[in-house]
Design a protein around this ligand. Structure first.
Ligand code: CAP
Ligand code: MG
Length: 411
């Protein structure tokens, strides 16, 4: 049986004909052997030589280990290894992030980054609205969007949810959203909730305040587009989808459905199961790239080390990937959420800049004087940071911010 080597160290390739992945590899074998095991398993090989593999197939479709730097391995997969069917993230993932995670040859492996050739990128349309589109809808050209997550996560009735949204908007927030675990429970049916929230948003609009609320439509594949169209008909101005639990195909189906004319807020619940371990799993950077390709308009990217969720230092990469011009699509609004409160807003803006959506659940609903004042406290913190005034100074003349700072302090 002829044996083939997948090692092409130091060779040059036309990078626009390959999907190029970076893997962090931990192994008891030599790193070369482990890298070959990945390249073989994910392209033309298996654990042994096979009589059915010939030179032509190997040359055309074999993955190539291009570089090894310490524990970081670069593998290039020929473009033709990927489906030509328009938009096939499931097939892409089964190549670049599939069986390799189970290989005994590896103690750990983490897909850190991926770059796609133009031929694959052009199969995707990216966001319909993106960061700029959201700003246009909200008539908020520069300052960060300031949002809330209706809290408690579950248990409020449609009327109570709408009331929360109205209070948050009256306090100045530009955005609100359902929490990731709320979809269509008995205590808060999605139709009633959507209609009640739409009324609240209309009332705010009549009072001169623009606001969006993302209704969580995360559900089964065969139903998700229909549910999105329904909530839109019931008055929803934005929808939310949990990308990891519903899948990239769900985001893409929603973004590419011509009947859906509202922006998509993408939540990433469950991502920590495979992004948190620095030596095993898939980085959030990869997820960010895929969401941008599939058409998410806003995406949770972490809080750059200032909030409650672990960032692994990768949040900056997520932020840049939402906003840079490396991908041929509109930009994605980066959402910084999780443990946000007024006392950390300045630090967040220092780290992230102003082209972000800052989102606080507890940091609004936990304000001792209620949701409206909580919203005011958040907006005042953002206004202070954007005008270069310290939060302490601004709080001298802004009561709601002062109460928030007295309650939660600074970070
Ligand atoms: C935030 C939140 C969001 C997290 C998700 C929550 O609430 O609603 O789901 O931000 O994390 O349930 O924790 P708080 P990430 O503002 O009350 O913390 O954005 O990192 O995916
Ligand atoms: Mg949540």
């Amino acid at each position: 049986m002829k044996s083939y080597s997948y090692l092409h160290l130091g060779e040059s390739i036309d990078s626009d004909s390959y999907v190029i992945c970076k893997y962090r590899v931990t192994t008891d074998l030599s790193i070369e052997k482990a890298s070959q095991a990945i390249a073989a398993e994910q392209s033309t090989g298996t654990w042994t030589g096979i009589s059915t593999l010939n030179d032509t197939v190997f040359e055309r479709y074999g993955a190539r280990v291009m570089d090894i730097q310490g524990d970081m391995v670069t593998i290039a997969y020929p473009e033709d290894d990927f489906s030509i069917e328009v938009g096939a993230i499931p097939q892409i993932l089964s190549v670049i992030a599939g069986n390799l995670f189970g290989l005994d040859a590896l103690k750990g492996v983490r897909l850190e980054d991926v770059d796609f050739p133009k031929g694959i990128l052009k199969q995707y349309r990216g966001p319909k609205f993106g960061a700029e589109g959201l700003r246009k809808i909200l008539d908020r050209p520069e300052k960060p969007l300031v949002g809330t997550i209706v809290k408690p996560k579950i248990g409020l009735s449609p009327k109570e949810t709408a009331n929360y949204v109205y209070e948050a908007g009256s306090g100045g927030l530009t955005n609100s959203k359902d929490d990731e675990t709320l979809v269509d429970q008995k205590f808060c049916p999605i139709e009633d909730r959507t209609k009640a929230v739409a009324e609240a948003l209309d009332k705010l609009n009549e009072e001169g305040h623009r606001m969006l609320h993302a209704v969580n439509i995360s559900t089964n594949g065969e139903k998700i587009v229909e549910l999105a169209e329904n909530v839109q008909a019931w008055g929803a101005k934005q929808i939310m989808v949990d990308v990891i639990t519903c899948g990239y195909g769900a985001v893409q189906a929603l973004a590419e459905d011509s009947a859906i004319k509202v922006p998509i807020h993408v939540h990433r619940t469950m991502h920590g199961a495979f992004t948190k371990d620095p030596l095993n799993g898939i980085s959030m950077l990869v997820i960010t790239k895929l969401v941008r390709m599939c058409g998410g308009d806003a995406l949770h990217i972490g809080t750059l080390g200032v909030g409650k969720m672990t960032g692994n230092g990768g949040d900056y990469d997520n932020l840049n990937t939402c906003l840079d011009s490396k991908m041929p699509y509109k930009t994605v609004m980066p959402v910084c959420s999780g443990g946000m409160y007024p006392g950390i807003v300045s630090r967040l803006i220092e780290e992230a800049g102003t082209n972000i959506q800052i989102q606080a659940g507890g940091g609004v609903a936990g304000h001792p004087e209620g949701v409206r004042k909580g919203a005011m406290g958040m907006c005042q913190a953002v206004d202070a940071a954007c005008s270069g005034v310290s939060l302490e100074e601004y709080a001298k003349t802004h009561h709601e911010l002062k109460v928030a700072l007295d309650t939660w302090g600074f970070k």
